[in-house]
Design a protein around this ligand. Structure first.
Ligand code: UD1
Length: 418
């Protein structure tokens, strides 16, 4: 296993480019199962989760070539619509193959993803959606077994709660079905919108008839596509927060500010200083970071995937802030680690009360999940002394060359074997 050594206290300076979005590319890759034609995806980030998805698609019968950041996928035939435990266990987003497989093959056997460090994360709303479209679902020995007589049939389905991958899964299934589907209370994250774009390129007919309501006219066949993945808004937010905390002046390229309105608005309240540049944002280190409360919410609200990084910033802010996590019930694992660096954080249920301290001190730290590891890295950059962050594999699931990018900004970070 690898760990990251971080020597804190260096001001970041230079230019960094944001990679393609993990949460956009994974559903797009799953969508290639809906067609026997070739699909070309550009700006694919080199991440562990993307590698896992290529493994899963290959297992299902896809021919895949991946050169630089261009991936070509063709699923001429699905070998067997089966996603084994080992592949689903390492990445929950594997469940995104379920919708396309049921729609294309009329049958699918996909391992149930378990809970994870940030909460239980059930998939009941995905399954209920498929049932509404006519699938019969059975859970057997840890597997979801879905069957449909003939084709999936369009219907009306109301998501009881906003779910990102749930929305994506059901939209994909409905796109390759008979008749019309209306989905109510869908997620509106930019990654969902991008998947809809791709499905339209494949020939799907999807229309937003009201806010959070989609009408999908099912098609008998969908075709190939070429698509460039949007930049990762969570990676961008992570660099913006790091630059605010320890930056001198950092140019962050490939940022879509329209995807980050809630984050930028909040950071401005905290004293962050940035301005638009061509395709990106110039961020100056804040003279003073002010404590401000925040509450996570589905898009366009403040993303839960930026909560941990925001907490790292609040630990050295002036004043007290309350961070409320409304999406995942256990997503404060990073608080205990930040405390080991001297942060003053009290967790009460879904709220964390953070009292800003003068400085953090380097410490040995343990990453618990993807975004928590990013939060520990940026806290360590701001801390006095050296930190060692173990279980780095969490970071590699979703950040492309994070340590390399930080080094290019002057940070003193390096990997060691444990
Ligand atoms: C996606 C993102 C993840 C992000 C999350 C919330 C991907 C690959 N991952 O995860 O990075 O943190 O959105 O923005 O895009 N829920 C149910 N039943 C379901 C589905 C969800 O109760 O069937 C609950 C979840 O437990 C959670 C909430 O709904 O409390 C939202 O989760 P959801 O949007 O589904 O998260 P993911 O799609 O797994």
């Amino acid at each position: 296993m690898e760990a990251l050594i971080v020597e804190g206290g260096v001001r970041l300076k230079g230019t960094v480019r944001i990679s393609g979005a993990k949460n956009a590319v994974l559903p797009i890759m799953a969508a290639t199962l809906l067609t026997d034609e070739e699909c070309i995806i550009e700006n694919v980030p080199n991440l562990r989760d993307v590698a896992t998805m290529t493994q899963l698609l290959s297992f299902l019968g896809a021919d895949i070539s991946w050169e630089e950041d261009v991936m070509r996928i063709r699923v001429k035939d699905v070998k067997e619509p089966f996603a084994p435990y080992d592949l689903v266990r390492t990445m929950r987003a594997s469940v995104l193959v379920l919708g396309p497989l049921i729609a294309r093959c009329g049958f699918a056997k996909v391992s149930m993803p378990g809970g994870c460090a940030i909460g239980e994360r059930p998939i009941n709303l995905h399954l209920r959606g498929f049932e509404t479209l006519g699938a019969v679902i059975d859970i057997d020995s840890g597997y979801v077994i879905a069957k449909v007589e003939g084709k999936l049939t369009g219907n009306r389905y109301v998501f009881e709660k906003v779910t990102v991958t749930g929305t994506e899964n059901v939209i994909m299934a409905a796109s390759l079905s008979e008749g019309e589907t209306v989905l109510v209370n869908v997620a509106e994250e930019p990654e969902v919108v991008e998947l809809i774009d791709v499905l339209r390129k494949m020939g799907a007919e999807i229309e937003e008839i009201e806010p959070r309501v989609l009408r999908i006219s099912g098609k008998e066949k969908l075709g190939g596509f070429r698509h460039r993945v949007m930049p990762d808004r969570i990676e961008a937010a992570t660099f913006i927060i790091a630059s605010t905390m320890v930056g001198e002046c950092v140019d962050i390229i490939d940022v879509r500010c329209e995807h980050l309105e809630a984050v930028l608005e909040k950071l401005k309240e905290c004293g962050a200083r940035f301005e638009s540049i061509d395709r990106g944002l110039k961020v100056y280190g804040a003279e003073k970071i002010l404590a401000r409360d925040v509450e996570t919410a589905p898009y366009p609200g403040f993303p839960t995937d930026v909560q941990a990084q925001y907490m790292a910033m609040m630990t050295i802010a002036e004043g007290v802030s309350i961070i409320t996590e409304t999406i995942f019930e256990k997503r404060f694992m990073h608080a205990a680690e930040l405390r080991r660096m001297g942060a003053d954080i009290v967790v009460e249920g879904q709220r964390a009360i953070v009292k800003g301290v003068k400085e953090l001190k380097g410490a040995p730290l343990m990453a618990s999940d993807l975004r928590a590891s990013a939060s520990l890295v940026i806290a360590a950059l701001a801390a006095r002394g050296v930190s060692k962050i173990s279980r780095l594999y969490h970071l590699d699931r979703g950040y492309e060359k994070f340590d390399e990018k930080l080094r290019s900004l002057g940070a003193r970070v390096w990997r060691v074997k444990e």
